[in-house]
Design a protein around this ligand. Structure first.
Ligand SMILES: *[C@@H]1O[C@H](CO)[C@@H](O)[C@H](O)[C@H]1NC(C)=O
Ligand SMILES: *[C@@H]1O[C@H](CO)[C@@H](O)[C@H](O)[C@H]1NC(C)=O
Ligand SMILES: *[C@@H]1O[C@H](CO)[C@@H](O)[C@H](O)[C@H]1NC(C)=O
Ligand SMILES: *[C@@H]1O[C@H](CO)[C@@H](O)[C@H](O)[C@H]1NC(C)=O
Ligand SMILES: *[C@@H]1O[C@H](CO)[C@@H](O)[C@H](O)[C@H]1NC(C)=O
Ligand SMILES: *[C@@H]1O[C@H](CO)[C@@H](O)[C@H](O)[C@H]1NC(C)=O
Ligand SMILES: *[C@@H]1O[C@H](CO)[C@@H](O)[C@H](O)[C@H]1NC(C)=O
Ligand SMILES: *[C@@H]1O[C@H](CO)[C@@H](O)[C@H](O)[C@H]1NC(C)=O
Length: 399
């Protein structure tokens, strides 16, 4: 139903503490990898994008297209990469909410029937690390509820060469998916390439500066975004980038100093908050008190949809009447003022619930213990993820 449902998946990596047998074997494990989900990649002849990957200039900057899986919303994105020698093609979500690479392996068989599967026997540079692990996710794809461990990947730690947008990692660690719960089968992409704030080694191995830029372009404007590695594509925005410093460890996260709804605020919205920035999640996840304070300022008619715990909705026919501009204030880096990032009213609805089509899902889900923004904010900005300087920069992208 809600095709906007790229979900944060709070994953608990179990038994995944791999030790590196080679000095050139780099693997960063996330204690809280997220995952996402979107629609299947084959809607696009996305493979053509590799051919159009171009080095932008003589310095170490390279870009490739990001594709919008458009099914009513512009909240799900993926791009191409290759793994192995000779290269085998995959599509992945470039997920700032996680750290590792996961692609299906042939061992996954029918359980990964909708995904391309890496054949390690066909790669001359492959090395099995002989270490298996499991990731269980706290949220899944689409609207299916999480029940126990029904969102789970079985993984094998391996190493091989891989390449993204022309940046080649000669030999790096990643995971092959060897089995997955049926909940993952409809995934629109093959795998996940985590790009968390501790990805410096990935860029160092690839010979690029540890920085990347992301552009998302709505379907109505052509639907082709861009991932730039090693730098920033300054042709994609026209104002200065405003940067906010990374706070804490683990996920990309910034300090918010306040939230405004239609230019007004409330005391509960003026507390300092740490917000996770996740390109692998569609909408927003807030703790209940914050979500309900925001919703209360938009409309008293927004209420929990008890069919799907954590979600809220409102009669679809009321949506066009509701202003719902959300400004979130972020601390600036040293010497730079605080600034707002704005989510326009057009993001209020994620579309009708399947089981209650007269009810439209609103953009914030309740989640206990963390606060997160995803594509409904990021798609309005060119974003710069500066790993070396541990900060994220934003400039309006015009969409
Ligand atoms: C697009 O979304 C609709 C419901 O909104 C769904 O019925 C349909 O299966 C989706 N299409 C694809 C290709 O997933
Ligand atoms: C909110 O939860 C619903 C139901 O699980 C899901 O469809 C939707 O994608 C979720 N949104 C986010 C941002 O997690
Ligand atoms: C992989 O993608 C490249 C670039 O688009 C294409 O030339 C090649 O044929 C693809 N390989 C396979 C096996 O599909
Ligand atoms: C994997 O590659 C090997 C070597 O090229 C080949 O013999 C085998 O049939 C392939 N397996 C699959 C499942 O494609
Ligand atoms: C994993 O096991 C295979 C088969 O026994 C062996 O060839 C390979 O070297 C092992 N990998 C490591 C990292 O020890
Ligand atoms: C990146 O730049 C350095 C120094 O200019 C150079 O040695 C290196 O080969 C470059 N890497 C790539 C992938 O172009
Ligand atoms: C953010 O927006 C609110 C109105 O929604 C405004 O009152 C506030 O001054 C803005 N903050 C910054 C730093 O621009
Ligand atoms: C929020 O944090 C800033 C410094 O980061 C501090 O000056 C301010 O007093 C804090 N506000 C609240 C409500 O705690």
């Amino acid at each position: 139903m809600i095709r906007s449902s790229l979900l944060l998946a709070l994953a608990i990596a179990t038994a995944a503490q791999a030790t590196a047998p080679h000095s050139d074997f780099k693997l960063t494990l996330s204690s809280t990898p997220s995952t996402p989900a979107a629609r299947r990649a084959r809607l696009h002849s996305s493979m053509s994008s590799l051919a159009s990957s171009t080095r932008r200039d003589a310095s170490n900057v390279t870009s490739e297209p990001l594709f919008d899986y458009f099914n009513g919303t512009d909240l799900q994105w993926y791009g191409d990469m290759t793994v192995g020698t000779p290269p085998q093609n995959f599509t992945v979500v470039f997920d700032t909410g996680s750290f590792t690479l996961e692609v299906p392996g042939t061992a996954c068989g029918a359980a990964c029937a909708n995904q391309r599967q890496f054949n390690s026997s066909a790669s001359s540079t492959f090395l099995d690390q002989n270490s298996s692990s499991t990731i269980t996710f706290g949220t899944g794809v689409g609207v299916d509820p999480v029940v126990g461990d029904n969102w789970q990947l079985e993984l094998e730690l391996v190493a091989d060469t891989f390449s993204i947008a022309g940046m080649t990692i000669p030999f790096g660690g990643f995971y092959l998916i060897t089995n997955q719960t049926p909940t993952f089968l409809p995934d629109p992409f093959d795998g996940i390439r985590g790009l968390g704030p501790e990805s410096a080694a990935l860029f160092a191995d690839g010979g690029y500066p540890a920085i990347f830029g992301m552009l998302f372009v709505p379907e109505s404007e052509g639907g082709q975004g861009e991932l730039t590695l090693g730098g920033v594509d300054t042709t994609k925005f026209s104002t200065s980038l405003l940067f906010s410093p990374q706070v804490g460890d683990g996920n990309w996260q910034l300090a918010s100093e306040g939230i405004f709804v239609n230019r007004k605020t409330a005391s509960i919205l003026q507390n300092n908050l740490t917000l996770i920035f996740d390109s692998g999640t569609s909408n927003m996840l807030f703790e209940q008190s914050i979500a309900e304070a925001i919703y209360g300022m938009i409309s008293p008619d927004i209420a929990p949809n008890t069919d799907e715990p954590g979600t809220y909705g409102i009669a679809c026919d009321l949506i066009p009447t509701l202003p719902a501009v959300i400004d979130i204030t972020f601390a600036g880096i040293s010497g730079q003022d605080a600034f707002n990032l704005t989510i326009p009213s057009s993001e209020l609805s994620s579309g009708p619930f399947t089981k209650k089509p007269e009810l439209c899902q609103t953009l914030i889900n309740v989640s206990e213990g963390f606060n997160l923004v995803g594509l409904s904010l990021l798609k309005h900005y060119y974003s710069v993820w500066d790993i070396d300087n541990q900060r994220i920069g934003f400039a309006p992208n015009g969409f």
